[in-house]
Design a protein around this ligand. Structure first.
Ligand SMILES: [Zn+2]
Ligand SMILES: [Zn+2]
Length: 164
């Protein structure tokens, strides 16, 4: 069992110092933290993984499971996504100039914020466009009714936005 208040910021100092040192990490991001990153979740993000010093290089490999609840770009209905992905990062305490890459996580004070890692990876794995279905008809521009639920009867031929 985790302690009641999940601590997302963990010290990685001993992991950085000792080759072959290993530590499992398992956290569930709470609703408040997830919301602070602007991603409402029907099922809260859960991370399970391992931090491992491989011959002096600190790696983090973990599985992220989450059901973010997004809004359809056309009709604004909630759309539940199912995220179940594995991410792998190299953790560095200072950036070499050319290593400005999502693969690298910067932990300058030897503290790693697991919520930050998970929510950043989650955001990057969300689609740029969210649709409840590929042929969503959107909202009527006249009365605002969801046109997936049936014809609202408006004669909106002149101003109907063509989403095709
Ligand atoms: Zn829609
Ligand atoms: Zn209408």
């Amino acid at each position: 069992m985790q302690e009641a208040t999940a601590e997302y910021r963990i010290s990685i100092r001993s992991l950085l110092l000792r080759p072959d040192e290993k530590r499992t990490v398992s956290r569930e991001i709470d609703a408040e933290t997830a919301a602070s990153y602007g991603i409402p979740c029907a099922k809260l993000p859960k991370i399970d993984g391992v931090l491992e010093n491989r011959a002096g290089v600190l790696m983090m490999k973990y599985r992220l499971q989450c059901v973010p609840e997004l809004e359809c770009d056309r009709c604004l209905s909630p759309v539940a996504m199912h995220i179940d992905e594995t991410f792998e990062h190299v953790i560095v305490t200072e950036t070499a100039s050319e290593e400005n890459d999502a693969e690298y996580l910067l932990a300058p004070d030897a503290m790693l914020d697991l919520a930050e890692v998970a929510m950043t990876d989650l955001r990057l794995s969300l689609p740029t466009k969210t649709l409840c279905s590929p042929d969503c008809k959107g909202l009527c521009p006249v009365c605002g009714k969801n046109r997936n639920e049936g014809d609202c009867g408006c004669n909106s031929a002149d101003i109907t936005l063509d989403f095709q």
